[in-house]
Every structure is written in C-alpha cells, then in structure tokens.
Write a protein that binds this ligand. Sequence first.
Ligand SMILES: Cc1cc2nc3c(=O)[nH]c(=O)nc-3n(C[C@H](O)[C@H](O)[C@H](O)COP(=O)(O)O)c2cc1C
Length: 256
Amino acid sequence: MALHQATSNSNAPVKDKLIFAPGHSPDDAHRAAQFTKFRLHRSDLSADPLIQFHQWFSAPELQSHIPETVTLSTAELPSGRISSRTVYLKELDKSGFVIYSNLGTSRKAADLASNPYASLCFWWKPVERQVRVEGRVERLTPEESQVYFDTRARGSRIGAWASQQTSVLKAESSSSSSPDDDDDGRAELEARVKEVEARFEGQDHIPVPPFWGGIRVIPDTMEFWQGRESRLHDRFRYTRAEGEGEKGWKIERLDP
Ligand SMILES: Cc1cc2nc3c(=O)[nH]c(=O)nc-3n(C[C@H](O)[C@H](O)[C@H](O)COP(=O)(O)O)c2cc1C
C-alpha cells in the first residue's frame, strides 16, 4: 500500500527549514558521519540472539555510555497509535529483556493492556551498532519485582509510590511572581511524596507498589545492525523458528 501523500507544504525552500541535513557540510571531509569501525559476518554470530546481545552489550567501548538506555515502543489498539519513550534495561535473562515502570497510569501501561506486543531499539554510537527487539510482553510477579525494587535508592522507591506516572498534575491558583514559588502542578506531586514518606517513616523495607513493576519483552524477532561505509550496513535478523518443526532461531542477512 502506498504511503499517504503529504497534505502540509512539503516544498518549502531549504532556507525555510529549521533543520536540514544536520552534520552535513559542503566540505566533503565533514559530510554526515560514515560508519567504519567494525564489520559483522554471519560466522561472528551466536546461534542464540540473547547471547549475541550480551556479547555486544558487554563491549568495553560502551561501558561508560549507559548501554542500557533503550527506546521502548508500544501501540494502542484499536487505534493503532504508537508511542515511544526512553527506558533503562534492568535485566536480561534467558527469556528476555526486563524493564521497570509504572504499570497503572502510564501510557505504556494503557497501550500494553490493549496490545501485548512491544519493541525495543538500542543505539550504541561508540561501536556504531543498533539492536532491535520485537516480541510479546509479560508482567513479572510482585516477588520478582520486589527483588529489583529493593535495590533502588529510598527516594526512588518513595517516588514510585508517589507518582501516578503520566497523569496530569493540576496547578493551584498562582499569585507569586517567582517561578519557584509559582505552582504549576508540582506541588501536588511534592505533597504526595510527603504523604508516602510519612507512611513509610522508620521502615527500611518498602513493598513494591501494586501498580509498579517489571515487564519482560520476550523476543520473537531480533536484529543486529553494524554500521558500514556508504550506508552499506551489515544486518542480521533472528526469527524464532519454533512451531515449524524446527527449534531455535533462523538467521538471515538483510539488505541495508
Ligand atoms: C534516560 C532515561 C531513562 C528512563 N528510564 C525509565 C525507566 O526505566 N522506567 C520508566 O518507567 N521510565 C523511564 N524514563 C521515563 C520515560 O521516558 C517516560 O517519561 C515514562 O516512562 C512515562 O512514559 P509513558 O507514559 O509513555 O509510559 C526514562 C527517561 C529517560 C530520559
């Protein structure tokens, strides 16, 4: 099916565009970055994409670059509207990729309630690599989530209880001229933090909130992308082969 034609003014002159070909310079030496650091061959790959992911994630070049930062995308049904946000990967086990979040009021929670499929996309600039993950999402048990919750700083545990993530915070009437005193809705959050602090005062153990916890993306497809010169990248896609009389993963090289 063809893409819909643009209805906005798509013929704006280059000089009117706020951003145009960033990183590009007329001087050839400074053209948009080329990817030249590594190559990826079929023979480099593990038969198991989770082992392959762990190997790439552990690259020494990435360790000071927060490689656990990842874009999580979800899609609401029946509208089909997709939303993406940055999250942190907190666990990788033999089933999949675990992230922690509010599972009550957030947009991701609403999307996943209507459609249990999600995707993750990692971009690791120092090694010029991208990894894409797609699959079904399952919720961790409260006991599993508690194990991670206990590792969080106290303030973050309090915050998880206090925040009705992505709900609108209502402003009190504003009369102050100082932006710090002028309530724009933040006061409602701060008041909830105080309430939660009082509730758990003197208590080391804080239970994981019932509306908060881990979700695991169980991959059925993963792609490993290694940037190459002239945009002729190396790409390998793993597809779960179960159910076709095969076990394991099918691996195919994709056109860049
Ligand atoms: C670097 C970074 C890491 C983040 N990590 C998390 C996370 O692990 N879990 C989470 O719920 N939100 C995290 N956030 C906030 C989310 O991007 C997002 O604002 C929040 O989850 C609400 O999104 P939603 O309503 O679309 O679900 C992070 C944001 C940034 C910029």
